[in-house]
Design a protein around this ligand. Sequence first.
Ligand code: HEC
Ligand code: HEC
Length: 275
Amino acid sequence: MPGIKHRMGGTALSVLLAGAGLVALGAGAAQACEQCKGKYEVDGKKSGYLYSMPETQAMQDDDFMNPGTFWVEKGEKLWAKAEGEAGKSCKSCHGEPEKMRGVYPVYPKYDPKTKKLINIEQRINRCRSEQMKAKPWKWESEELLAMTALLGYVSRGLPVNVKVDGPAKPFFEKGKAFYFQRRGQLDMACKHCHIDHPGQYIRADLLSEGRAGGSFPTYRLKWQKLGSLHRRFKGCNKQVRAKPYKPGSDEYVNLELFVKWRSNGLPVEVPAVRR
Ligand code: HEC
Ligand code: HEC
């Protein structure tokens, strides 16, 4: 049975993967930024940056050209803005945003209060509701994206460093199982694309290793805006015609821990730019 399943996955994938010769093209794009390798390749793990076209890389490299900078600046404004019944801003309690350096790379982590994982967006919203007595920001709202981008930005260059042992272990295992679980009409798992075929083209996209632990929220040219990691998960679920989960769902937060663990050691590069 596993043999048959495997062949099915293989067929779906060969339909999706564009024809011959493209593998070589992929290698070319990955070589375009040889000097960045030290930064974006750690212990053989490659950030999606190295799978991006040189023009896209250049856009990310230059804060003035990087369209994601707009959200970071918006995040800075929100940081200092008092809202909610407590009449406080993030700044009232936390000082300058730079005080948050080192926080982004360790989320999601185990939260003793809810006895499950909490990711960075949820952590921000907890302070909104509990500390500020303000309304939590909606998932994928400009505000939540901007604040998450700011927290990523102030940790730029630090290695992703999520913990997967201790109380986080069972959630990590769930995330891992999700990653290897076949789903959708194409009956494919995350692993079939991002572990088995990085460097190959699928339709018009060069497949990366999916090691996006330090790069979200990311500015996608396709979206023409910043988007969360969970939005990306939804997109990848839809590519294999599987039903996506809700952003912020336990399933996606567990999956996020696994994806970030695959990126442990890679630098935070928010706001990243991708195709
Ligand atoms: C009234 C004070 C107060 C305000 C206002 C506040 N926070 Fe917090 N925040 C705290 C406290 C206290 C903690 C740590 C204790 C806890 O777990 O709640 C914390 C923890 C955090 C953490 C986790 C830090 C870590 O080391 O893991 C983040 C991220 C955070 N806050 C972001 C924000 C953001 C973003 C805002 C504004 C939208 C904000 N906070 C507003 C008091 C506040
Ligand atoms: C059919 C192939 C396919 C499958 C299956 C797939 N993805 Fe993707 N994924 C892509 C493509 C194409 C992209 C865009 C190019 C790239 O970064 O690989 C992408 C991008 C990503 C990225 C962003 C990488 C970056 O650096 O910006 C993440 C994270 C990701 N996928 C995670 C997942 C997860 C988690 C799953 C399983 C739920 C999954 N993918 C399943 C094709 C796939």
